[in-house]
Design a protein around this ligand. Structure first.
Ligand code: NAD
Length: 509
């Protein structure tokens, strides 16, 4: 091991210790954690045994029974405190996100900023869990709806947003009066341990938080299944691949539990003749190569009008060949490593498939950094020109591959954009109001996110986040996503002396 490598392991331990994580949880276990930066082992995390997980689920259920009666604005105060802890540790946790996932430092800090933002949103929301008052058809009657806490909310998260996804769910679930059980990705347990430690810090400042209100289960898919099958978990929010969604959804449906599914994307942007090409170029580069193509909203397909195709693609090629691939902690780096070898192999497999379909490929090769081990996987992002939307393009390959296609008529471009199984994010670049509005209309993009003149990635927490079709249909974060974490009761109150029946029914006894 080089000096740089052993100092990296030491840095991880220092960060965890500063964040309040007990050393035995990450030095004495059998879940091996490698940093994608160098490929070296940085921790050995203790997995949660199934019996301990069952006890944690029971504790969460008990915590829920107490927490549901705490007034919502007080629950919001716990989340306000969590936001403060996160704000105080943004650089520590952000750096750990970078080391564990390979994101740039600005992206690691950005992920923690997103957690702070959702805490602010949820704290405000805790005073706005509002229901409707509805006109009753009967005299001296009032009808309204009330929102009540739901129960224990399960959160299963993916490696690429290892902590933000938990916060989108947990901040809302907790102000809504629920307990939360979290099964993070087995590839990123360290940031999960750190987040749990910060939650516990906030809880101890809050005071009276029931034991088990927010618990962490560390392990692989089997532990996730335990959560999915638990009869005391009425809602599971699961983020990950569509393969995972296919396994989880029927099990939840089988016991009539709710599901928020946030699955794979295959996001496209259409570039029209009137587009501001300088702006489009920057947006495309960030959406397609940012986080080394490992965002669910990463731009994977570019559909360019034939009149500007040559110009735009020539400029993109230059960017693809010159973008700095390297250590994400270095200031000049724009593309960090892939998470692991499987990811690298999936990328090469997709590129070969495209090559066999006649694609022209720029980039895509492995980049070996000085001092890194065989287990670190850096790649030059790939720009792949194709004449048709062949099978490989319709699949999500979770790596920096941008497929480029040409179009003549906008209807044809929209058809191409929608002709994939996924439906997460989409963009159009145009200065033509008719084109923009058509894209946003019922006959335009079929995605959960449709943007004009910005890229497909980088959503704000204020909007509801999620997508259609194989992306799973779930919505998280802002807008009225909170309603999914509560149960709705419709109440009718008769304050008169008569008993008129609805729909004029007569029932005299
Ligand atoms: P993954 O599907 O391999 O794992 C995600 C999580 O699901 C992990 O915690 C894993 O342990 C768990 N899991 C897997 N199979 C399970 C099962 N049968 N039962 C219960 N739990 C199970 O995904 P990944 O490689 O970590 O992440 C990348 C994928 O996630 C990509 O497809 C990406 O598009 C998607 N993603 C989607 C969103 C979104 O909001 N739509 C956000 C981030 C990532």
């Amino acid at each position: 091991m080089t000096t740089e490598q052993s100092s990296l392991a030491q840095e991880v331990h220092d960060l965890l210790s500063r964040l309040g994580v007990s050393e035995s949880t990450y030095t004495q276990g059998d879940l091996i954690v490698r940093t994608p930066l160098t490929g070296q082992v940085v921790a050995r995390v203790v997995k949660t045994k199934p019996a301990v997980a069952s006890e944690a689920l029971a504790a969460a259920q008990r915590a829920f029974l107490t927490w549901r009666s705490v007034p919502a604005p007080q629950r919001g105060d716990l989340i306000r405190l969590l936001g403060e802890e996160l704000r105080a540790e943004i650089s520590t946790l952000g750096r750990l996100v970078t080391i564990e996932t390979g994101k740039l430092l600005s992206e690691g800090f950005g992920e923690v900023q997103e957690m702070i933002d959702i805490c602010v949103f949820a704290a405000g929301l805790s005073r706005q869990l509002i229901g409707l008052t509805i006109a009753s058809e009967r005299a001296h009657h009032r009808m309204m709806e009330t929102w009540h806490p739901l129960g224990v909310v399960g959160v299963i998260s993916a490696f690429n947003f290892p902590v933000a996804v938990w916060s989108w769910n947990a901040a809302l679930a907790l102000v809504c009066g629920n307990a939360v059980v979290w099964k993070p990705s087995e590839k990123t347990p360290l940031t999960a341990l750190a987040t749990q430690a910060l939650f516990e810090r906030a809880a101890s400042k809050f005071g009276d938080v029931p034991l088990g209100l927010s618990v962490l289960l560390v392990g692989d898919a089997q532990l996730g299944q335990l959560l999915v099958d638990c009869p005391h978990v009425p809602l599971v929010s699961a983020t990950g691949s569509t393969v995972m969604g296919h396994a989880v959804a029927p099990r939840l449906a089988g016991r009539f539990a709710r599901a928020i599914l946030e699955l794979g994307g295959n996001n496209a942007a259409i570039v029209c003749p009137s587009a501001d090409l300088d702006l489009a170029l920057r947006a495309i580069a960030f959406s397609a190569m940012g986080t080394a193509g490992q965002r669910c909203t990463t731009l994977r397909r570019l559909i360019v009008h034939e009149t500007i195709y040559d110009d735009l693609v020539a400029r993109l090629k230059k960017v693809y060949l010159s973008v700095v691939v390297g250590d994400p902690r270095d200031a000049g780096t724009l593309v960090g490593p892939l998470i692991d070898e499987r990811s690298f192999e999936a990328m090469q497999y997709a590129l070969n498939e495209a090559r066999n379909q006649g694609a022209k490929i720029t980039g895509g090769e492995r980049v070996v950094l000085e001092g890194s081990l065989d287990e670190s996987f850096y790649v030059r992002p790939a720009l792949v020109e194709l004449t048709q939307q062949v099978e490989v393009v319709k699949r999500e390959t979770f790596a920096p591959i941008l497929y480029v296609l040409k179009y003549r008529e906008l209807d044809e471009a929209i058809k191409l954009q929608n002709d994939v199984p996924q439906g997460l994010s989409s963009s159009i670049f145009t200065l033509n109001v008719r084109e923009a509005e058509l894209f946003l209309s019922a006959t335009g993009s079929d995605c959960g996110i449709a943007n004009v003149n910005i890229g497909t990635s980088g959503a704000e927490i204020g909007g509801a986040f999620g997508g259609e079709k194989e992306t799973g249909g779930g919505r998280e974060s802002g807008s009225d996503a909170w309603k999914q974490y509560m149960r709705r009761a419709t109440n009718t109150i008769n304050y008169g002396v008569e008993l008129p029946l609805a729909q004029g029914v007569s029932f005299e006894i």
